[in-house]
Design a protein around this ligand. Sequence first.
Ligand code: PMP
Ligand code: GLU
Length: 403
Amino acid sequence: MSHTEEHKVIADRLSRISESETIAMAKLGRALKAEGKDIISLSFGEPDFFTPNHIKQAAIDAINTNQTFYTPVAGILEIREAIKVKFKRDNNLDYNIDQIVVSTGAKNSIMNAVLALVNNGDEVLIPKPFWVSYADMVHLANGTCVYIDADVDSDYKITPVQLEAAITPKTKLFMFSSPNNPSGSVYSHDELKAFADIFERYPNIYIISDEIYEHINFVGKHTSIATFGSLINRTITVNGVSKAFAMTGWRIGYIGTTKEIAFACDKLQSQFTSGTNSIAQHAAIAAILGDLTPTSDMVKAFHKRRDLCLSILKEIKGLKLNNPDGAFYLFPDVSSFFGKSYNGKTIHNSQDLCMYFLNEVYVVTVAGSAFGNDNCIRFSYATSEENLTIAMNRIKKALEQLQ
Ligand code: PMP
Ligand code: GLU
């Protein structure tokens, strides 16, 4: 062993992961903007709206009534009661208070669940494209990711046949989001039922169902996979307030699951973060139990923005698009532009195209490779119609000038 190896500062587990690319691109966008560049950022997945007033008021009240102490690790009783009501009201799921754990964002909730379930070498099934953090969360837990491919031609959705073919005796977990980040695809009730029917035959597989975009659905009612058959006994239903209530900075996510898994997540969290921010918990209660009109107004705005972006992108020859039914992302297949050049620079992959958009037309995007599909680019349309119109036209110009 060499001298430098003996004195390595950073532990090996860090070499198994990379910085979240969505965060890295957002950072780059902010830095260029600070330099005075005319940047439009479509990189970060966060609503541009302000947190509704009744939610902010609940936080102010919590401060004024001194709700400023450590809370129970899994969250104060009132928030878990509110989440219990929400799961029944919106998802027809019966989770008791002791089956609910509140964490510092859904990201923390998912990490807890992965660490609680995955042993060295366990296989975790992840449909591609997937949200940027899933793979590295599994890598941190020393699990093995087994990807299931879906592309634009299937609306980025996998089939039941593909799902079953990927299952092995080592499969521990299936992890997915619907509505999906990055593709915006939404699995229908029947599509989820077909997956559930398969899982009924494999009782040792657990499911992380990431439903953080539940409300941002343009086609109708959301379905939770845990409602089918016996799946409530082995699903971790993940949700949070970041997206539906424009509360990304408040950091509240939660799970509903079995008592055993909830207990394990509580135990992990007791050593990592303890109960999440007490004031944010009070705000989240107001969000979860309060008036949903601000949410539906935001959803209407997202829907309109989606149509605006699609109408411009559809004019670009060579771009392949799905019709995303939810979330606030577009994930066009840009592979027909690979091999083309501008000013002597050739675009070989999604990373190159992403940097080309940034340097040439000042639009910040995220390369599809971060989500497991190098043929694509992700645009977040959680910004104003004015910004979107400018950004889409810049993208159009940039693509059309490639030769
Ligand atoms: N899951 C998905 C699919 C997401 O897009 C996000 C956004 N960051 C999260 C989970 C985590 O959300 P948060 O930690 O803000 O609750
Ligand atoms: N979910 C958002 C995104 O995908 C936030 C970024 C992150 O948490 O990685 O852009």
